[in-house]
Design a protein around this ligand. Structure first.
Ligand code: SF4
Length: 238
């Protein structure tokens, strides 16, 4: 595993400003020890399309939490066939899931923030950590205007929560309008939940459609209040 230091990250951010430049640098310098984390939302559709034009061998992985909506499984297969790529699907540890459900039930996440975070930790964070330990960098579809936690993010970040590998956010500066426009212009397949009012798509029991004017991530863990509404994948625990 290659560890980076803040000076290298600052240097990259000062000279690389566009999505394409960032992905070209990643292709030249990190591939194949880099992969894109995808949940098959709108941002992922855009990024995957741009990435494959730059390097058809780029790697993609996704987390199958066991609680995803059918529409997400459908789009996974559509995308796999369209681009003729394989997608690495990561599953949670069976024993951890069994112990959690035995103790707290199937729908523990509705009962407390603590339970919800535990579920995200076991179904998402642990499999993700296992994957990231094999990589020098990972690519995300984060955008700055999605949540407060993301508003200070830049294209290149030092991922202190994952042993100092690089976290690359190539579309961090894109707006929601740009994402929609790119999808339309390039006639990309996308998760049909988008048309049903889901700009942010996660697990089925934890995501619902938003109303016009609501925050783009308001449908995620909608029963919770506050600004902690992240699954833990993008939080720098240090
Ligand atoms: S989003 Fe909901 S179901 Fe999915 S891992 Fe988190 S708490 Fe569990």
């Amino acid at each position: 595993m290659t560890k980076f230091v803040q000076k290298q990250v600052d240097d990259l951010n000062s000279r690389i400003k566009t999505t394409e430049e960032a992905l070209q640098w990643v292709s030249d310098n990190l591939h194949p020890k880099v992969a894109k984390a995808s949940s098959f939302g709108a941002e992922d559709a855009v990024l995957m399309d741009i990435m494959l034009k730059i390097n058809p061998e780029f790697r993609f992985f996704t987390l199958d939490t066991g609680r995803l909506p059918q529409e997400t499984y459908d789009i996974m297969d559509i995308v796999r066939k369209k681009y003729d790529i394989s997608i690495e699907v990561l599953f949670p540890d069976t024993k951890e899931i069994e112990d959690m459900v035995k103790e707290k039930g199937m729908n523990l996440f509705y009962e407390s923030v603590e339970n919800r975070k535990l579920c995200c930790e076991i179904r998402k964070v642990h499999p993700m950590n296992k994957m990231l330990r094999t990589l020098d960098g990972w690519i995300t579809g984060l955008r700055r205007d999605q949540t407060k936690i993301r508003e200070n993010a830049s294209i290149f970040q030092l991922d202190n929560g994952h042993d100092g590998i690089l976290k690359i956010n190539p579309i961090i500066n894109w707006t929601w309008e740009q994402i929609q426009k790119y999808i339309k212009k390039n006639n990309l397949p996308y998760n049909t939940l988008l048309d049903k009012g889901y700009p942010s798509i996660g697990c089925e029991p934890c995501t619902r459609a938003i109303k016009p004017g609501e925050d783009l991530r308001a449908g995620r863990w909608w029963w919770e209040q506050g600004e902690h509404k992240e699954c833990g994948l993008h939080i720098d625990h240090k």
